[in-house]
Design a protein around this ligand. Structure first.
Ligand code: WTA
Length: 692
């Protein structure tokens, strides 16, 4: 592989940054790992504690051969995260009138905003509603909602009264919702009547009802379901005639004529079970605006978020109050180099960890103003993202490589239609970003002005663990660069030996940072087995990783996406990155495939850009490209044309399914997280049957 380009931080970004140089990063990093108690103690002091935590802040065991795995930060300290992210901003920092969220609906003209003071009031009201419904500290509450401000209200209200929220992404099926409610024994479900995704109406309440029916069939009848009326609501979807309260905040041009728009929002009546269902707005009517927080131990559980396991049942990842609070706040501040006045936009859904940490808790802890976007990147047209950036003067923008690749398909013109001059820093998360997408993001979206932070982390890590800092780190496209404060990575070989210098192997971490998950809900043994058993003494990420001669870390994809061709360890991500460099290829997925001589070989699926043809010449060019980029060892044995790829709703390619397709194995296992199952049949029928 030829040496990658290096992109030093622009001097004007460094000059204004919290961490203005690599040297400063190194000094702080050294201290954070040598003296974690002192380093995090100072940060913890900038939060409100009813009872301050005492030293040492950190107690843990990472070595399963020495007993139970546990991690505790600041245990004995008493606080409340909702109080820290709302009350303090309003009362002590004078941010009451500052906008916490600009809400941008599915349709461009649907928009509203909420200030910190207003958000605090709503959260207090809803916290009182929950208490009135009998919710107590430690109870689990399932939240299944679209991307609306009330989703934030619901989660913070839980946090305020010490209830544990379990948010289920609103794209999950009834079956998945039921499974998650049962696993964590939730007592209340909070949902909405429905919402639009592009021009498609999702009747969320119908799905929620189906989930509750399934729960009842499994002897778990849920007694309470709180339903937000979101469709056709007056406060944000103003038709120019209503006397909405609170009044609509945006002007209502031409809505009278816009009958078609209204038509789109007409919807069937919400199915209702009066013995279980309660309207959100009815309950809120008489709820008090004041609500004393429940004071919690730093190690009390804050939330559960389910993430898929490599096999079978999803795991309920548990995060606790104190460590998660200080780590998401600190990573947000340094990684996005947050300053008052920034407008920040994270496109992730709150149903995923990115939406928890970097749309809700991290930004709010810093008193930031964020955009909360309900819609889709290319609806109603392919310029929507850039239009939103200009509309709100977004300065920090955080999205996923899959979105970047999708938008790349349409070329530069839709981007250049908007100025994007407010942008300062760009971020990515979720999967390795191929250098081609990185460069497009940098050159086209950021006009070569904006550093890119490629943040590597997981639901389990709670916040960024490997990441550049925009004013300090010289970026290499495709590398998540260096560890964040408090994080000590290592690369292990199959035998569990730590590799030094340039190396490739298993990415592990040697000591806990504050937001590492604490357990798998209801199954501590699964926590220990999944993350600590393979290599005693280390947290195992499950990702493969490479360290280059300059010490940069490069995530090479999940270990289960690694393959061994004739004794050489290869990463499918690396091959994919080579394939998408071809001008005809929009997206690629490579999987390992059994081979009688080499052990394993590469089977690749490619999605072509519009107007390009799949033929023998293209196949030869692609093979040549991979050979050139990585070496002859990586030459694919199979390349299949794939009009679509099987993806989860969060956009991750399900390579497990592709491996089965390559083998003509129709036993696909659990595909409940798949966004669109119709691509599967086509892929099976187009399968390559012989080596090219
Ligand atoms: C992958 C998302 C490369 C990785 C926050 C990890 C990444 C999994 C990156 C966690 C990145 C996330 N570069 N790979 N910057 N970010 N990943 O739990 O495989 O949805 O283990 O958390 O995504 O996915 P999760």
């Amino acid at each position: 592989m030829s040496a990658p380009e290096v992109f030093p931080p622009p001097p004007e970004v460094s000059a204004a940054a919290h961490i203005p140089s690599f040297k400063k990063y190194q000094e702080m990093y050294e201290r954070s790992v040598q003296e974690p108690n002192a380093f995090w103690g100072e940060i913890a002091n900038s939060f409100y504690w009813r009872v301050p935590p005492s030293q040492p802040l950190l107690r843990y065991n990472f070595d399963i051969t020495k007993g139970k795995i546990f991690v505790e930060w600041m245990k004995g300290g008493v606080t409340n995260i909702c109080y820290n992210v709302l009350d303090r901003n309003v009362q002590e920092k004078n941010l009451g009138d500052k906008v916490a969220f600009y809400w941008e609906g599915n349709e461009p003209e649907d928009a509203t905003s909420i200030t910190y003071a207003e958000l605090l009031k709503k959260v207090c009201q809803f916290a009182n509603v929950l208490r009135d419904q009998g919710v107590k500290k430690g109870d689990r509450i399932s939240i299944y909602m679209p991307m609306v401000i009330e989703l934030v209200v619901a989660m913070l209200a839980c946090a305020r009264i010490g209830a544990i929220h379990s948010i289920v992404f609103a794209g999950f099926s009834a079956e998945s919702l039921c499974e998650r409610i049962l696993d964590s024994h939730c007592s209340v479900l909070i949902t909405a009547d429905g919402f639009f995704r592009g021009d498609k109406l999702i009747n969320l309440k119908v799905i929620a009802d189906e989930a509750l029916k399934k729960c009842a069939e499994k002897n778990y009848p849920l007694k309470k379901c709180i339903v937000l009326k979101h469709l056709g609501r007056d406060d944000v979807f103003c038709d120019g005639t209503s006397n909405a309260s609170p009044p609509c905040k945006r002007p209502c041009p031409n809505m009278q004529e816009n009958k078609q728009e209204k038509q789109k929002r007409s919807h069937p009546q919400t199915p209702w079970n009066p013995s279980v269902d309660l309207w959100w707005h009815d309950l809120m009517k008489n709820a008090s605006l004041e609500c004393e927080p429940e004071w919690c131990d730093a190690e009390d559980q804050l939330f559960i978020l389910y993430t898929s396991g490599s096999t079978g049942k999803p795991k309920g990842v548990v995060h606790t109050v104190g460590g998660y609070m200080i780590f998401t706040a600190t990573t947000f501040k340094y990684v996005f180099d947050y300053h008052q006045g920034d407008i920040y936009w994270c496109t992730a859904d709150i149903g995923w960890i990115t939406g928890h940490s970097y749309l809700t808790y991290g930004p709010l802890a810093n008193g930031a103003t964020s955009v909360l976007f309900e819609g889709l990147p290319i609806y109603p047209d392919i310029s929507r993202m850039w239009q939103i950036i200009d509309k709100y003067s977004v300065s920090k923008f955080y999205t996923a490589p899959t979105a970047i690749r999708l938008l790349m398909k349409f070329g530069e013109e839709p981007v250049k239609r908007y100025s994007r001059k407010s942008l300062k820093i760009l971020g990515t998360v979720g999967e390795p970003i191929n250098p081609e997408a990185w460069l497009w993001y940098y050159n086209v979206v950021g006009d070569q002005r904006c550093p890119i932070v490629d943040t590597f982390w997981q639901t389990e890590t709670g916040g960024h663990v490997l990441t550049p800092l925009p004013g300090a780190t010289a970026a290499k496209p495709g590398s998540a660069t260096f560890p964040f404060f408090g994080v000590v990575p290592a690369i292990l070989d199959e035998a569990g030996e730590e590799l030094e210098g340039e190396a490739e192997g298993y990415l592990v971490f040697k000591q806990p940072w504050p937001a590492l998950m604490r357990t798998v809900y209801g199954n501590h043994e699964r926590f220990e087995t999944t993350y600590f058993k393979k290599f005693p003494g280390y947290y195992v990420t499950g990702d493969g990783c490479k360290r280059d001669k300059d010490g940069y870390y490069w995530i090479t994809g999940r270990i289960d996406d690694m393959l061994n061709v004739s004794g050489h360890l290869l990463s499918t991500a690396e091959v994919e990155s080579a394939l998408v460099e071809h001008s005809s290829v929009a997206e690629a997925a490579a999987v390992s495939h059994p081979h009688p001589v080499k052990g394993e070989c590469l089977y690749c699926f490619v999605t072509l850009r519009d107007g390009h043809e799949f033929n023998k010449t293209l196949i030869d060019q692609l093979k040549k490209l991979v050979r050139e980029k990585i070496g002859p060892i990586a030459t694919p044995d199979y390349i299949q044309n794939a009009p679509g790829l099987p993806k989860t709703r969060s956009g991750k390619i399900m390579r497990r399914v592709l491996r089965k397709i390559a083998k003509d194995d129709h036993d696909l296992g659990d595909i409940s997280t798949l966004a669109d199952t119709t691509v599967i049949q086509q892929l099976f029928s187009d399968r390559c049957k012989t080596v090219l």
